[in-house]
Write a protein that binds this ligand. Structure first.
Ligand SMILES: O=C(O)[C@H](O)[C@@H](O)[C@H](O)[C@H](O)COP(=O)(O)O
Length: 219
């Protein structure tokens, strides 16, 4: 794991957006297209804002969520809504998007649609202070299956106390990404990252990706 610490969040968001743009551009030099999986939540918006202006050939970038809450696509809790409003705008409006909304009864079809995009070229993840990532939550009903090395690429999962079930990319897909960045902020998540080192994978699903990830942290 590589840890990049920044003095403030604004600097982190801009620097991470530049790194992601650079990696996508490098991928497009040698591949027909790049796949780019991004999280929802309250943290990544400023990265998306900066990244959406990157002068990439976005027509060759396939964007997808790392996970999706099972709500209608336009719902305030929808990750697709966040991604469309903050990332798939400006220059990045030309990117392809593989959404998960409405696909919970068609996981085989979604897995088929995912397949050409695997391994993910560039993966951006968040992390909760409970050490979850994507929707791999400690204590979730399908967590053991979703952490299995033989798991299907996408699974339905329900976290304890969650307002709705979710669809999530699973461990084999996340750990198989060609480049992984984890974006976290605040002391609570910094402490959670430290705790993860001594925790089990089921206690800290973020461990599925940490070995090969660059973690970006600001106060
Ligand atoms: O659907 C989601 O919410 C994300 O994919 C999730 O994994 C998120 O990255 C973490 O929960 C951190 O969320 P915050 O950025 O809001 O702390």
């Amino acid at each position: 794991m590589k840890l990049e610490e920044y003095p403030d969040r604004d600097m982190m968001m801009i620097d991470l957006a530049n790194q992601l743009a650079g990696e996508l551009e490098e991928c497009l030099l040698v591949h027909e297209f790049a796949s780019f999986a991004v999280p929802g939540g309250t943290t990544p918006g400023p990265v998306f804002d900066a990244l959406s202006a990157a002068p990439l050939d976005w027509t060759r970038v396939h964007v997808m969520p790392t996970d999706e809450r099972m709500v209608p696509a336009g719902h305030d809790r929808s990750n697709e809504k966040l991604i469309r409003e903050r990332l798939l705008t400006g220059r990045a409006a030309d990117a392809g998007f593989l959404g998960f909304a409405g696909r919970s009864e068609d996981l085989d079809g979604l897995a088929t649609d995912l397949a050409p995009n695997l391994p993910i070229s560039v993966l951006l993840l968040g992390m909760g202070s409970d050490m979850h990532t994507a929707s791999l939550f400690p204590g979730a009903d399908e967590l053991t299956a979703a952490l299995d090395k033989g798991a299907p690429p996408v699974m339905k999962i329900t976290a304890p106390g969650a307002p709705e079930p979710r669809l999530t990319l699973t461990r084999p897909v996340l750990e198989g990404a060609m480049s992984t960045h984890v974006l976290i902020s605040g002391n609570e998540k910094r402490e959670a990252l430290h705790r993860a080192a001594a925790a089990t994978l089921e206690e800290a699903p973020i461990k599925a990706v940490l070995a090969n990830a660059t973690v970006h942290w600001a106060p």
